[in-house]
Design a binder for this molecule. Structure first.
Ligand SMILES: Nc1ncnc2c1ncn2[C@@H]1O[C@H](COP(=O)(O)OP(=O)(O)OP(=O)(O)O)[C@@H](O)[C@H]1O
Length: 462
């Protein structure tokens, strides 16, 4: 894994030695001889880690003070300190001030590499941990064996390896962020995955969050573009970016450099940008709300996260997956979801897509009563997990005034509507499930005035 490492040492020999060892290990190394050069390097770009000699001769700010400053700028920046022979107390003081570890002079290449690798690894784990905690709902993989998910999975595998920009379109809760994470995880990019949701940030804070800030000649806030150096930046709901920010982002994509707010120096970054939208960006372009040139830059490879209604056959797998995951996480007992409940879930509306399904499963697990060894049945489902055409009403009240023939017709209409929805409009599969010939089902639908589906492009002849 190649990381951007800043080596700060007043002795040229040591700078060369340390740089050589780290470069041979595949890292990108920048060097500074004193605090001014170090702060200048930081202004250019915040590094992934710092190797700092604690004795900085001829420097305006000494090593320990510089360490304090580095930690003020970015508390998570790993710093490995080099200490001279017999200066263990100083090294210990450095650890107290937040240094990750120290190596004592003279040191071997192996010792230095070991400490550096551990510092980088710890920092990566910390980041992943924070990301996981922030997103305790995070999934490891895309669940679903439908053809549409198979196609998405293979696109992800193909695109991940390239550095191309990807724009993921899809409705809310359909898994766009999950797709972006997978694109990063399956790429060779060793830097972090950093996500920013444009819809949840006030427009006036946007540029500070994206580009960071500089005050008194040094960085006071590291923005997401800089944090994602060497990795992937996920611009979630990119259509919500103010136009002015869009222009600045466009410039970064062209030049791979930008200035922090209040900064004079360019920050140079190598970032892969993956973005997402739940809106039709072409409409925004026509109305002058989204820059067309930015759209083309972001949309090099378009991917689409399908809504749950387009892949109802995945609902049983997803439900089972969430039962296992949520039970493991929250300590509620896992319950099997019965066939009848799964059938109702398959026919429900799901405007909130996979996220809504996950929430419904969580509610089912928390509220489920009865023996934990028996499957959850259809009557334990919350109201929003019911198909709207067959919602949980008192059937008798509604049909009491009808003749048997009309009541039966009404039931048949609702029943068939739900089944057809559940099988994504596929007449053959609906017919097989309800135990009718396809042609008989067609006749029945016609006689009931139920529109024969063209949903999801199926004509029922497959
Ligand atoms: N195919 C899938 N397999 C497993 N979990 C999934 C799948 N798709 C989505 N999820 C889960 O559903 C939830 C919502 O997904 P995610 O946050 O990626 O959606 P999104 O499209 O980015 O949503 P929004 O547009 O609201 O930001 C997450 O918990 C995610 O892990």
């Amino acid at each position: 894994m190649s990381s951007d490492i800043l080596v700060i040492d007043d002795e040229a020999d040591i700078r060369d030695l340390v740089s050589g060892i780290l470069e041979d290990d595949g890292h990108q190394v920048r060097t500074a001889r004193d605090s001014d050069e170090a702060l200048d390097a930081l202004r250019r770009r915040s590094p992934a880690m710092v190797v700092l000699d604690i004795w900085l001769q001829g420097s305006r700010i000494d090593g320990l003070e510089l360490l304090t400053m580095l930690k003020e700028i970015d508390a998570d920046l790993p710093v490995v300190v080099i200490s001279g022979h017999g200066t263990i107390e100083t090294a210990v003081a450095a650890i107290r001030k937040g240094a990750y570890d120290f190596v004592e002079k003279p040191f071997t290449a192996d010792r230095l590499l070991l400490v550096v690798q551990r510092a980088l690894e710890t920092s990566k784990l910390k980041r992943e941990n924070t990301a996981l905690r922030a997103k305790s709902s995070g999934a490891d993989d895309l669940i679903g064996s439908s053809a549409i998910m198979g196609a998405l999975r293979s696109s992800i595998d193909r695109v991940a390896q390239t550095n191309s920009r990807v724009l993921i379109a899809g409705p809310a809760g359909s898994g766009k962020e999950l797709v972006a994470r997978l694109l990063h995880e399956r790429s060779a990019r060793g830097g972090p995955f950093v996500a920013i949701n444009a819809a949840s940030i006030a427009p006036e804070r946007m540029e500070s969050e994206i580009f960071g800030e500089e005050a008194n000649g040094r960085p006071s806030k590291i923005g997401v573009f800089e944090q994602a150096h060497g990795g992937t930046l996920f611009l979630d709901e990119v259509g919500d970016m103010p136009l002015e920010t869009q222009s600045k982002i466009l410039r970064v994509l062209v030049e791979q450099r930008f200035k922090r707010l209040g900064g004079a120096q360019d920050v140079q970054v190598n970032v892969r940008v993956v973005s997402s939208t739940s809106r039709e960006l072409r409409g925004d372009i026509e109305q002058g709300r989204f820059r067309e040139d930015l759209f083309h830059r972001l949309n090099v490879v378009p991917l689409r996260a399908p809504g749950l209604a387009e892949r109802r056959e995945d609902i049983p797998d997803l439900a089972g997956y969430f039962v296992g995951r949520l039970a493991g996480m929250s300590g509620v007992p896992a319950r099997q979801i019965g066939e009848d409940a799964l059938a109702a879930l398959q026919a429900a509306d799901w405007p909130g897509n996979v996220r809504q399904l996950r929430n419904v499963i969580e509610r089912i697990l928390i509220l489920a009563t009865g023996d934990i060894n028996t499957p959850v049945t259809v009557d334990s489902l919350p109201a929003d997990a019911w198909p709207s055409s067959g919602s949980k009403r008192d059937g008798l009240q509604e049909v009491i005034g009808l003749s048997l023939r009309d009541a039966r017709e009404r039931f048949e209409r609702e029943y068939l509507n739900v089944q057809i929805t559940r099988f994504g409009g596929n007449i053959s599969r609906t017919a097989a499930f309800i135990g009718m010939e396809r042609s008989a089902l067609h006749r029945k639908l016609k006689s009931l005035g139920v529109e024969a589906p063209g949903r999801n492009g199926h004509d029922g002849a497959e």
